[in-house]
Design a binder for this molecule. Sequence first.
Ligand code: NAP
Length: 251
Amino acid sequence: MQRSILILGGTAEARALAGKLAGDPRFAVELSLAGRTRAPAGQPVPVRVGGFGGAEGLAAYLRQKGISILIDATHPYAAQISRNAAKAAEISGVPLVALRRSAWVRQPGDRWIDVDGVADAVNALGDVPRKAFLTLGRQELLPFEAAPQHHYLVRSVDPVEPPLSVPNAVYLTARGPFGQADEARLLQDHGIEVIVAKNSGGPASYGKIAAARELGIDVVLIRRPDLPDVPSVETVEEMLAWLDHAPVPLK
Ligand code: NAP
């Protein structure tokens, strides 16, 4: 009997997993996106877009669609949807497995300053004007208006509109993956002294971290939010094995 899977996505892993499951006659797969980016990358399975209306809304959706497995493959900083998924699984009785990529680990030579959130990241830049590279979501940039003394290089998937109310900001729109050599060139071309980033994990956005190490540049790294304690795997391969009923150690 075919089983219906709902993947909560928005990550490269969610897309890769959907790609592996597309065409597998054992499963009917739907991918759910928050709708944060204007022109999301093409997806290999049917997609629905937008919020469910909290945990209850998601639970109702799972029941209505007859979903038999819920996979939370959202971004490690998208904590609300992960909490909603855990609660919805509890309400509906639908089994939930999370696909959570592990965080980057500090290497010798890394000049990381760990902070708890965006406001702390702004403070960590200090009073003296610096050239800062911001690689955060569009929605997280507003607090930097409180520190207009810095020069900002801002990279986002969609344009930052309206732009920040600061006198010195340059905007780039780009979608990863970003390699180390290109990132090093970008940092040097713009004379960057500090990067502000999330500890996203995975290879696609690690280039800037490796380039910062190579060039001796500070990285203000926003700590990961706490996520609900649910069965989880770290890679697409582990998730596929779990779906095959292979003995995968769940965390
Ligand atoms: P969030 O704070 O966890 O979610 C907020 C609400 O958005 C959820 O309660 C849910 O609305 C809806 N939502 C989130 N993901 C969804 C999905 N896959 N399908 C359907 N609805 C979804 O997440 P966020 O506001 O998107 O982002 C928080 C942080 O994650 C930011 O730092 C952002 O840069 C980062 N991030 C997010 C994504 C992404 O695709 N969401 C990708 C990369 C980075 P309802 O309660 O109405 O269901």
